[in-house]
Design a protein around this ligand. Structure first.
Ligand code: PMP
Ligand code: GLN
Length: 380
């Protein structure tokens, strides 16, 4: 069969999780919590099943969930999305991203992707027949930053989409208001759309606020804003997310969505909607994860790893040049098999693998898991 994706193999997350299992390593690779979600949330989903929410929900998502999402966005970011025409529930953020890309990018269109980039963006653009135009983040002592002048320089008459991700996987960078302003200046007067991956929206630390595109009227008017309940509620296996976008974009999104998945499982939508009535779980998330970040950073501070800034997400990137000159994938494999701690190399997040001597650890783990990883990492 001729392949649609010649450059693609098995994802680095699947490979590293398998290797971690094979070696009995502490898995700080693939990003997922190793602790349980709130049992009240499980009860609410079970209640929804018992209440009979077991048939197809509306294609666009259960109205109660769309209402809860719209209320949350209005409360946090001050933008009032219309519940009926501007919010769609998806099978995880991944489906929202791919569907939005299929809508926005037509054959021959260019899509700018800021790299390192989460692994699903570029293949989805290629499946849509689009051309990926990568722009690499800069890296200095202050961490990874988006070079907006280079994004501006990459825009051509064929540019249809710019993909942004804040807080950013894998670097932990969070965009600031000045970044949004720079992006707004780039797109003003063009028909370029924005796909904003905000799945880590509730993981921004040190009192900073999440720079959602929906905060910024110029950007919100041309953005697909994507999020995921898997990250927010410690349920990555549930694969439920959503996209918020202006009505004309949502109308187009739904044309494709209805033939991608038609609709998303009903009881979880109702359970999550009930759970969202209390904002505490997402309001408390930054403090919850900041403690884990600080524990992990403190544990590595005396080691030979060099910590990069970690302003958001549940990832910590480190330089390992003082330990090894292996390429990133080989170092991550060595760390997994010999030190028994799995990490993710950053190089596969680039279109052309780029060696920076950096790996990513996930700190969405029980404190005891972090302590046992730190004990091993500090000994190297
Ligand atoms: N975007 C980013 C940046 C992610 O890290 C993830 C989680 N792996 C996703 C999207 C996918 O989210 P979901 O599991 O809801 O599809
Ligand atoms: N988002 C997760 C990560 O970056 C992994 C998701 C996946 O395995 N596809 O680690």
């Amino acid at each position: 069969l001729p392949t649609r994706l010649p450059a693609v193999g098995t994802t680095v997350f699947t490979r590293m999780s398998a290797l971690a299992q094979q070696h009995g390593a502490v898995n700080l690779g693939q990003g997922f919590p190793d602790f349980a979600c709130d049992p009240r949330l499980v009860d609410m989903v079970a209640d929804a099943m018992r209440a009979g929410h077991n048939q197809y929900p509306p294609m666009t998502g259960a109205p109660v969930l769309r209402e809860a999402i719209a209320a949350k966005i209005a409360r946090l970011y001050g933008h009032a999305y219309d519940v009926n025409t501007e919010i769609t529930v998806t099978a995880g953020a991944t489906q929202a991203l791919t569907t939005a890309i299929l809508c926005a990018v037509h054959p021959g269109d260019e899509a700018i992707v800021i790299e390192p980039a989460y692994d699903s963006y570029m293949p989805a653009i290629e499946l849509a027949g689009g051309i990926v135009v990568p722009v690499a983040m800069t890296l200095d002592d202050a961490g990874y930053r988006v070079p907006w002048d280079q994004v501006q320089a990459a825009v051509t008459a064929k540019t249809r989409l710019i993909v942004v991700n804040t807080p950013h996987n894998p670097t932990g960078t969070v965009l600031r208001d000045a970044d949004l302003q720079a992006l707004a200046d780039i797109v003003r007067g063009t028909d370029v759309l924005i796909l904003s991956d905000e799945v880590y929206e509730h993981m921004v630390y040190d009192g900073e606020r999440h720079a959602s595109m929906s905060r910024h009227p110029v950007l919100a008017a041309r953005s697909f804003v994507v999020s995921s309940f898997g990250k927010t509620y410690h349920t990555t296996g549930w694969k439920i997310g959503y996209v918020a976008a202006p009505a004309p974009l949502t109308a187009e999104f739904r044309k494709v969505h209805q033939y991608n998945v038609f609709s998303v499982n009903a009881p979880m939508q109702h359970g999550i909607a009930a759970y969202m009535a209390d904002p505490a779980p997402y309001l408390e998330l930054p403090a919850f994860y900041q403690k884990k970040r600080d524990l992990f950073r403190a544990g590595l501070a005396g080691s030979r790893f060099e910590l990069l800034p970690a302003d958001g997400t549940y990832f910590q990137c480190v330089r390992y040049g003082a330990i090894s000159d292996l390429p990133e994938s080989a170092f991550a494999e060595w760390l997994t098999s010999e030190i028994k701690v799995a990490a993710i190399p950053v190089s596969p997040f680039y279109r052309q693998a780029r060696e920076s001597g950096i790996v990513r650890f996930c700190f969405a783990k029980k404190d005891e898991t972090l302590h046992s990883a730190l004990e091993r990492l500090a000994r190297i």
